[in-house]
Design a protein around this ligand. Structure first.
Ligand code: ZN
Length: 460
């Protein structure tokens, strides 16, 4: 990604350098007032430079616009990526919320169980105290009994004392049948009551202890559940962190591309301004060429020289079967076009044969009317986009222009006759394929205008 950005940055740098070079080139152009001292060739060279620089800038602009398009589609992709990630983040957030609810429920369950256990512990402690008190009471009662038995024995009793002292515990002592008779009824009842209390208390304690064990088991289970939930929560949180990180990265990339787009937009505006400026320069130079015709060409009302044999009736400049592929004053795309484009066609009406070879290339074109060649460029230069071209002044204020020639058969100063072959159709200059570009100019007083050629020539 960063590599791509560097590429773009380098391209922009290169492009800005070009801009500076073009700007400097324009600085070198002499002011219009100096035109009078310039030759037509100087003008052509200047025109060529501008034309090439326009082409170069147009190409740069196209590249920049291509970059803008690419980056916009990248932005769209990143946008939907961000949306997807956000959707995932939303789902994770939901799941975490639900888990948090579960954990909170579990926590209150654990708290309840812990409280129950604590309550049981308190109850067990109370029971143990009760049992201890009962045991103390039993000991005291037993001592009282012993005292009475001793008194009884002293008063003439038998071997009960021995039995009493040999008894191993209170229960065996109390169940001795022979002693029961000697114990007073109240004492006997008390001991029975206490003994039965102890049994009950012991059984209660046992039940409570069982309950406590159950609760402890439940608490262990709840804690295990809690551990599982917490682990799941940690998992979700780390997924969430990953998504957030991804979102951050994608957003950063988005912002980088937005910056690039902004830069490219600015750049594109610069190119458009440069191209507009150059178009202006071209118009100025075209006007200067018209001025050349104003200074050197014939005008309406002039009488053509006899040697031109100008009969006032122009002919279609290409012999044989032809078609017009573009008209005056604009192409089908709306861009200005000040002439007509003529192609030679084959038997079936196409401009190329089955092998893609042009029928026009190398075929001759001819003077629409007799006259004198006043401009002829046969140097294979760009020449306003006309390539090899010539202009014939017909002596009556009309001039015809023939462009994109493969080569010219005439030179400046030649007098040509109507229908004379003056060059071969080619694809020099600004063309998409071989054809003849044909213009008619009319000089009237001080003005030179490019007019509708079909008002002067008719396709046979
Ligand atoms: Zn054309």
């Amino acid at each position: 990604m960063s590599l791509k950005i560097n590429n773009v940055a380098n391209k922009l740098k290169a492009v800005l350098c070009l801009v500076l070079v073009f700007t400097c080139t324009f600085c070198l152009f002499a002011p219009i007032s100096a035109f009078a001292e310039k030759t037509l060739e100087d003008l052509r060279d200047e025109y060529d430079k501008i034309e090439q620089s326009i082409q170069q800038n147009q190409q740069n602009l196209n590249e920049v616009e291509g970059e803008i398009k690419d980056n916009k589609s990248k932005l769209n992709k990143l946008n939907s990526e961000i949306d997807d990630i956000q959707a995932q983040v939303d789902i994770l957030t939901n799941r975490i919320d639900i888990l948090n609810g579960d954990i909170s429920n579990l926590n209150s369950n654990i708290q309840n169980v812990t409280k129950e256990i604590a309550d049981i512990n308190i109850m067990v402690a109370e029971i143990e105290i009760q049992i201890a008190e009962n045991e103390v009471l039993i000991v005291e009662t037993r001592e009282m009994l012993l005292l009475r038995i001793r008194e009884n024995y002293m008063a003439g009793g038998g071997s009960n004392l021995e039995i009493l002292f040999s008894a191993e515990d209170m229960t065996s002592f109390l169940t001795r049948k022979e002693l029961v008779d000697r114990v007073s009824e109240n004492d006997s009842k008390l001991i029975t009551q206490l003994t039965s209390d102890i049994v009950e208390l012991n059984s209660l304690e046992t039940r409570l202890e069982t309950q406590k064990v159950e609760l402890e088991g439940k608490k262990v289970q709840l804690n295990a559940d809690m551990t599982t939930l917490t682990a799941r929560q940690d998992d979700l949180q780390s997924s969430m962190d990953v998504q957030e990180e991804k979102k951050k990265e994608v957003t950063e990339r988005y912002e980088e591309i937005e910056d690039i787009l902004e830069q490219l937009d600015e750049d594109s505006e610069e190119y458009k301004a440069i191209i507009a400026r150059q178009e202006e320069e071209r118009k100025i130079i075209e006007a200067q060429i018209d001025n050349y015709i104003k200074d050197h060409g014939s005008q309406v009302g002039d009488k053509p020289k006899d040697e031109y044999n100008n009969d006032g009736d122009m002919i279609w400049p290409v012999a044989g079967k032809t078609t017009m592929t573009a008209g005056y004053p604009a192409y089908s795309n709306g861009k200005a076009h000040y002439g007509i484009d003529i192609c030679v066609v084959g038997a079936t009406g196409g401009t190329r044969d089955e092998n893609g070879k042009s029928y026009s290339l190398g075929k001759p074109f001819r003077a629409a009317q007799g006259g004198e060649v006043i401009i002829a460029a046969n140097d294979n230069n760009w020449n306003y986009g006309f390539g090899n071209y010539c202009v014939i002044d017909h002596g009556d204020g009309t001039q015809t222009l023939y462009a994109h020639a493969q080569k010219l058969y005439v030179k400046k100063g030649d007098v040509v006759q109507k229908g004379e072959e003056i060059g071969a159709i080619g694809e020099t200059g600004n063309v998409t394929g071989p054809h003849l570009h044909f213009e008619v100019r009319v000089k009237k007083g001080d003005s030179v205008s490019r007019v509708q050629p079909l008002d002067y020539v008719k396709k046979p």
